[in-house]
Design a protein around this ligand. Structure first.
Ligand code: FAD
Ligand code: DLZ
Ligand code: SF4
Length: 509
């Protein structure tokens, strides 16, 4: 008797655990449903990417002889959720069992856990072995530790995978981490090769029409959609990155330049997270480029660290700590999100750049997310719920398992230090060092006081001051607090007053 194999929009991998069990008798279900498409206002590019990639993936499965049930968005008014889509399929076919691979979000996992009693059928949830670290392996690693620092987890992953390891189990290059060599500012006239882009397939053209019709009020426009929608094209995009950009990624990973949204980044998280790329294959290509002498160790290690270190670590942490993790608000940040997060119109050049490219491409790189929009939200005490919903909606690579620890934990320090040992709080000086944004900004990055003073400066000091009861004892902030004390009463009062003005007029900055 056939099984019903449910494939979610971010499970588009031919080697997915549940697909490995598929026989030609089984029904494979993919469904475009309202509940998944609207639980936040996803950027239009994210919906185009997923719906088009789902349709291409279904076409390949059909070509391979599988029995695919595909539900187009809006084709059945009664189908609003994955549960409805399964109900619909069960009415039409004789099914003995439902099979699914672990999903990426706690919200949907709760829905899946109800299926067995709801449908009165056995439901088999398979481990998502597209990740290198299983959830049980992560829990085991975490079980005997006071602090869950990424660096130690990363070393375990290096040993586990053997990536960039010498035959005597030592890290290639003599050290685990070349982070300090990933922080150069980028010369503005540096030669750049843009990421690979792709013309719209017939399927994408159809999906774009659908998205414009049903999701007109979601952020972004569809005309400039340029991403890959198949595994084959995603692999091409990644190999282009390895050949053309990876060598410079090492040095300029943290750099930002005016009107350069992509710099030397891979722009691959949206493919990887949807299942179009395989993390092991990506790492092997990077390691091979290093071994062939095409890229230096700081580039190869820096990239592999993001994939087998940060990416696997945030996923482990998410599932270890949910559902309580999402409720954390350690610094009691409540202030409403200013409108420019949604339209990008602000005099702060750094924010304008990071937000406008986000609206245009559903993409910003890590330092823009962390040290510009994230840092501003941290310093201004913006609502954790509103900010995490914004990141979840606006980026094409956003799923809660990866977005939440990065936003709530890394950017907002709302978990009180589970992920990071100190808040990533910085004044305008950091942004000035890592970018050329400040040169054409309305505000003056060197000033903390006065009408044209860079808002990041007074907000930075005020952030430390107003959170001194919770952060004042943090060993890694002692120098910052010492500098704050050294300012003396009068200057401190002036900075507090300036910060108050900025917070009152946040919308006008
Ligand atoms: P590259 O700079 O080329 O890096 C290579 C790959 O490493 C990425 O494709 C990604 O898969 C992985 N990676 C790098 N850093 C991280 C990280 N901190 N956590 C997980 N994976 C990482 N990443 C997402 O995939 N989805 C998100 O929703 C997301 N939200 C974020 C929110 C905030 C506030 C911050 C600070 C970071 C967030 N990140 C998220 C991590 C990171 O910013 C993106 O993975 C990266 O910018 C994607 O661009 P890229 O593919 O060009 O990455
Ligand atoms: C993000 C998303 C969107 C926009 N739409 C769908 C959809 O219609 N059908 C589907 O199966 N998945 C979609 N997704 C991805 C899911 O939200 C994702 O699989 C879960 O959040 C688990 O990570
Ligand atoms: Fe951003 Fe301040 Fe620099 Fe302007 S001066 S770009 S607001 S850091």
């Amino acid at each position: 008797m056939p099984k019903l194999i449910v494939i979610l929009g971010d499970q588009l991998s031919p080697a997915l655990a549940s697909l490995r069990q598929a026989t030609p008798d089984d029904i494979i279900l993919l469904a475009e449903v309202q509940s998944e498409a609207t639980y936040v206002k996803h950027h239009k590019h994210k919906i185009v990417l997923l719906f088009s990639a789902m349709r291409h993936f279904a076409a390949v499965l059909r070509q391979q002889g599988f029995n695919v049930c595909y539900i187009d968005y809006g084709s059945h008014p009664n189908i609003q959720s994955m549960t409805d889509a399964i109900q619909f399929t069960l009415i039409q076919r004789q099914i003995t069992q439902i099979v699914i691979t672990e999903c990426g979000e706690y919200r949907l996992q709760q829905e899946i856990l109800n299926w067995q009693s709801h449908f009165e059928l056995p439901v088999s949830v398979l481990e998502d072995d597209r990740f290198i670290c299983s959830l049980s392996m992560f829990a085991q690693w975490a079980s005997d530790r006071q602090q869950l620092r990424m660096e130690y987890f990363y070393r375990l992953m290096r040993r586990h995978t053997g990536l960039l390891m010498s035959s005597n189990q030592q890290p290639v290059g003599g050290q685990w981490n070349f982070d300090k060599e990933n922080r150069k500012a980028c010369p503005p006239d540096i030669a750049q090769i843009p990421p690979l882009t792709f013309v719209h397939t017939e399927i994408t053209v159809e999906v774009i029409k659908l998205v414009n019709q049903h999701f007109a009020d979601h952020p972004g426009i569809t005309e400039n959609f340029q991403y890959a929608v198949t595994g084959k094209d995603a692999r091409k995009a990644f190999l282009h990155f390895v050949e053309q950009q990876l060598a410079k990624f090492g040095d300029y990973q943290d750099a930002m330049l005016i009107d350069q949204p992509f710099l030397f980044h891979s722009i691959c998280s949206m493919y990887l997270n949807a299942g179009l790329l395989d993390v092991r294959w990506m790492c092997q290509k990077v390691e091979a480029a290093y071994k062939a002498g095409l890229v230096s160790i700081n580039a190869a290690e820096g990239f592999i660290r993001q994939l087998i270190g940060w990416r696997e670590y945030v996923r482990g942490l998410y599932w270890l700590k949910m559902p309580d993790y999402s409720k954390n608000n350690y610094l009691e940040a409540q202030r409403p999100l200013p409108g420019y997060y949604w339209h990008g119109k602000t005099k702060m050049r750094c924010m304008q750049q990071a937000i406008s490219q986000t609206l245009e491409f559903s993409y910003a790189h890590h330092i823009q997310r962390l040290m510009v929009t994230g840092n501003f939200a941290l310093l201004a005490g913006l609502s954790v719920k509103e900010i995490t919903d914004w990141y979840l909606a606006i980026y094409a690579d956003a799923y809660e398992w990866v977005e939440l620890p990065n936003t709530l934990g890394m950017a907002l320090f709302a978990d009180g230090g589970v992920l990071a040992s100190k808040p990533y709080a910085a004044s305008g000086a950091y942004i000035n060092r890592m970018s050329n944004y400040c040169k054409s900004c309305h505000y003056k990055v060197k000033d903390s006081l006065g009408e044209l003073a860079c808002p990041f400066n007074a907000l930075y000091w005020d952030f430390l001051d107003r959170n001194s009861a919770t952060l004042g004892q943090n060993a890694r902030l002692q120098l910052a607090y010492k500098n704050w004390s050294a300012k003396g009463n009068e200057q401190q009062q002036a900075i507090r007053a300036k910060a108050q003005q900025l917070l009152i007029h946040l919308e006008q900055l």
